[in-house]
Ligand binder design. Structure first.
Ligand code: HEM
Length: 227
């Protein structure tokens, strides 16, 4: 990859990372002000409802991008700049955590969603969409565990870090199942297509990575010596 192209991609990665952070922060700020603004709290607060759902999509796509770049980085292909894919992997993971927190806060402060703070962290305590929300809570805890151990990577033994990092695959799957089950917008064809296409691309990337790892291990194995 040429340096100029790599530099441009890196600048793009930084800009999108910051844009997402700013988006998530503004959603939180908006929520805080919306709570105090009587004009909004006295209505059905449709803006909060819209923001709660759209932040779910931001969280899902950020997690998907993080998984995709993590898979590409681990492939150690000479066609890709590993430093860049790792940077994208880290930035999108952080963005996924921030967007998920925003998603939860926006849903809980909206009284029409009937979600409590407790039900956003303890599975099977939500009165509405109990199962679908519980799957989201499991995804949340998976995300927190993977992100926390990565931020503290130097203090966590390598074997433990690797085992916990492997939970990211389950977390992504739970996030997808939750999004499909809980989402009002799952009935929209374009949204169903989004889930299908993202799942197919990531599934393909993971299968390709696993196949090349198996083939690499077979090639490295020494040939049995003749008796
Ligand atoms: C990794 C974590 C999570 C991701 C990626 C995620 C993503 C999503 C997505 C994409 C939707 C669909 C929005 C729509 O179709 O309009 C959604 C809906 C929903 N999420 Fe999450 N979510 C996560 C965690 C959580 C948690 C922890 C809770 C608990 C508070 C939660 C509660 C809900 C609820 C109640 C809905 C339904 C909203 C509706 O009725 O449309 N989510 N989520």
């Amino acid at each position: 990859m040429s340096t100029a192209f790599g530099d441009a991609l890196r600048a793009f990665a930084r800009a999108t990372g910051w844009a997402l952070l700013i988006l998530a922060a503004s959603m939180l700020l908006f929520t805080a002000s919306a709570q105090t603004a009587t004009t909004i709290s006295s209505t059905d607060a449709p803006v909060l409802w819209w923001a709660g759902r759209s932040s779910g999509f931001v969280a899902y796509l950020a997690l998907w991008l993080s998984m995709l770049f993590g898979t590409l980085a681990s492939a150690k292909s000479t066609l890709l700049d590993r430093k860049l894919t790792m940077e994208l992997h880290r930035q999108w993971s952080l963005a996924a955590v921030i967007a998920t927190v925003a998603h939860i806060v926006l849903l809980v402060v909206n009284e029409h969603s009937e979600l409590s703070w407790l039900s956003s962290v303890v599975p099977f305590t939500a009165e509405r969409l109990t199962g679908a929300t519980a799957v989201g809570v499991f995804a949340l805890w998976g995300l927190v565990l993977v992100e926390a151990t990565s931020l503290l990577q130097r203090r966590v033994p390598y074997g433990a870090w690797r085992a916990i990092h492997g939970l990211a695959f389950g977390t992504m799957l739970l996030a997808l199942v939750h999004s499909v089950m809980a989402g009002t917008d799952t009935s929209v064809l374009a949204v169903r297509a989004l889930y299908a296409v993202t799942a197919a691309i990531l599934g393909g990337a993971i299968a390709g990575r696993a196949t090349s790892a198996v083939l690499g291990a077979t090639r490295r194995r020494p040939a049995p010596s003749a008796a």
